[in-house]
Design a protein around this ligand. Sequence first.
Ligand SMILES: Nc1ncnc2c1ncn2[C@@H]1O[C@H](COP(=O)(O)OP(=O)(O)O)[C@@H](O)[C@H]1O
Ligand SMILES: [Mg+2]
Length: 287
Amino acid sequence: MAGESHHTGSPSALVRVSHGTVVRGTSTIWSDLNLEVFPGEFTAILGPNGSGKSTLLQVLLGRMPLAGGSAEVIGAAPGARRADIGYLPQHRAITAAERIRAIDIVGLGLTGARWGFRIPGTGTAEARRERAQIHEALDLVGASHYAQRAFGELSGGEQQRILIAQAIVRKPAFLLLDEPLDSLDLPTQASVVALIREVCTHQQIGVLLVAHDVNPLLTALDQVLYIANGHALQGAVDQVITSSQLSALFGMPIEVLTAADGRRVVIGTPDAPHHHGHRHSDGHGHG
Ligand SMILES: Nc1ncnc2c1ncn2[C@@H]1O[C@H](COP(=O)(O)OP(=O)(O)O)[C@@H](O)[C@H]1O
Ligand SMILES: [Mg+2]
């Protein structure tokens, strides 16, 4: 499953960024960033706070221009194929929706783009098709049995499954998830990662997931893109997640240990939480 993505040059990449550079004001956020993502491939974007992970998603959504290099998303300029991209933003303004039923939060993934809060079910063929799509997405994330409950009553993990269902309900070719594991406890992180891996493989969706800490993702990933100190490093887990590669990128000692069962553990990356179950202290630096 992992590390089989040697299709360089193939025309079917969902995302291709070559030598990308982003500048905000007078500062270069990152430069010479290269990234390719293919259907069914699960890629994590990693790096410390403020390194430009969310900025990369903004570039792929067509909301932030490159100052250098090129980017193509689903064979077109970033932004052109927005309807084929599922996106879960980092800071979710969901509190206003706490009393809305979970199923209707998923429905917003279909109807939200058209505004209004049109609940499907008016008997038209289109409404029936939309309703089927919503139930399919709920089924896929294993949320059917709590779909009728108010979103605000659900646990963090249940809410995250509903938000993932919202992001995939339009059957996107490509899924962007900005820190979806944030604020989840370790067992819930593991089950959400397993769900994303399954959706990625089963639906042949390309997934880009932003995270602080690679460890909960290591067994599920195909490839990683690290961003640190304005530089980026992309590759298969085995190639990139080594003590020497990460120490060079971060400019500080990073240890990669291999457990008895072959799993890797990364120790020492800045901003990787040392414990889980609470929000990391991250109250500033976001735009
Ligand atoms: N809207 C904005 N305007 C100006 N600077 C911004 C904006 N958003 C983010 N930045 C800056 O760009 C850098 C990268 O931010 P971001 O992509 O959010 O990092 P990350 O997601 O890796 O934490 C940071 O220095 C941040 O302060
Ligand atoms: Mg971010």
